[in-house]
Design a protein around this ligand. Structure first.
Ligand code: GLA
Length: 392
């Protein structure tokens, strides 16, 4: 065998033995903990532009959010206006005059990652061009721009099958060779938790969140309603594949500070993606304190990747518990009632024998309460939580 041929053969054998095949979906080593970042939709809707996204990336850095884990800066709907004669997707030239590639580079230079939005149907939910029939072309375009995260919506999909449509985009993303987190947004319609583990890294479980404690419209739900729809889905989440109860409304002014702390606490215990949706540039210190509490974020980002679950539900009070990698438990005492009240739980309810001695730390007060065994009880304000970590 001549030398070039020998080297070719050697390289093929070497690569096939030592370089594992690119895995897909949940096995792609992306989103091993729930994705954290910011998305434009909840606060800005279609009012997006490169200056908005740049200033938000600046604020994610200056506020300290990047340093506690917020990473993906995602432009939601309305960045796109048309397709050119070759079918390439075209960004709004007035709102994004420097182009999407330059914006991605700006975000990368800040040490952040860049996300974009499209839709499996012919049009997005705001009536912009969807990716149907252009999946491979769009995925290649995103990869060439430096996109790290794709949120993929489900409007104007007609009789399309969700599993098939999301798998097409999955394959298109794989074909680019660029690691791109795949965020599936079909609102839980086809129960994606049953089939999407190897297709996407996260999947919405419900219709849209809206910034209220307990309201409902045709397509959107307040915080408590979305929360109730997560109960029972915990076994489907894990490293690389997460249930997504939708983005955070913390700081968008429709709820009280206590309620926002509750919303953030429950999303943390649910191992939900923590995608902020407020105006980071002008958030007051109390909102920043909620979004950046490192001990609460550590519960969400725990590498074991267990979604917490409701272990008790009484008339107006609940207890939620999340198993942590170090054997501890994050436990949330949640009061839905209109007056403050005492809530307690027993060790057995969080999977510990009653005699076990454990240290209890209050994660919002940021202080140790002491060592105890058997049970724990605290007074919880109306619509509030007490969040503790129980460490044997
Ligand atoms: C749907 C999604 C939202 C948002 C809008 C954009 O409603 O569920 O999260 O992306 O579309 O139009």
């Amino acid at each position: 065998m001549n030398r070039p041929r020998f080297f070719l053969l050697f390289t093929i054998v070497f690569l096939s033995v030592f370089v594992p095949a690119r895995a897909r979906g949940a096995d792609d080593n992306l989103a091993l903990t729930p994705p954290m970042g910011w998305n434009s939709w909840n606060k800005f809707g279609c009012d997006v532009s490169e200056t908005l996204i740049q200033s938000m990336a600046d604020a994610i850095v200056s506020s300290g959010m990047r340093d506690v884990g917020y990473q993906y800066v995602v432009i939601d709907d309305c960045w796109q206006v048309s397709r050119d004669t070759q079918g390439n997707i075209v960004a709004d030239p007035k709102r994004f005059p420097s182009g999407i590639k330059a914006l991605a580079a700006y975000i990368h230079a800040k040490g952040l990652k860049f996300g974009i939005y499209s839709d499996a149907g012919t049009e997005t939910c705001a009536g912009r061009p969807g990716s149907r029939g252009h999946e491979y072309q769009d995925a290649a375009q995103y990869a060439s721009w430096g996109v790290d995260y794709l949120k993929y919506d489900w409007c104007k999909t007609g009789t399309e099958n969700a599993q098939a449509a999301y798998t097409t985009m999955r394959n298109a993303l794989d074909a680019t060779g660029r690691p791109i987190v795949f965020s599936m947004c079909e609102w839980g319609t086809s129960k994606p938790w049953l089939w999407a583990k190897n297709v996407g890294n996260l999947w919405r479980t419900t219709g849209d969140i809206t910034d209220c404690w307990d309201c409902q419209t045709e397509y959107s739900y307040g915080f408590t309603r979305i929360l109730d729809m997560q109960d029972g889905l915990e076994s489907y989440a894990g490293p690389g594949h997460w249930n997504d109860p939708d983005m955070l409304e913390v700081g968008n002014k429709g709820m009280s500070l206590t309620e926002y702390r509750t919303h953030f606490t429950l999303w943390s215990v649910l191992a939900a993606p923590l995608i902020a949706g407020n105006d980071i540039r002008s958030m007051p210190p109390e909102i920043k304190e909620i979004l950046t509490n490192p001990e609460v974020i550590a519960v969400n980002q725990d590498p074991l990747g267990k979604q917490g679950r409701r272990v008790r539900k009484d008339a107006t009070t609940e207890v939620w518990s999340k198993q942590m990698k170090d054997g501890s438990r994050a436990v949330v005492l949640f009061n839905r009632g209109s007056a403050a009240g005492d809530i307690s739980f027993k060790w057995e309810e969080i999977g510990y024998p009653g005699h076990l001695q454990a240290t209890v730390r209050d994660l919002w007060a940021k202080k140790e309460i002491g060592k105890t065994s058997g049970e724990f009880s605290a007074t919880v304000p109306s619509h509030g939580v007490v969040m503790v970590r129980v460490m044997p």
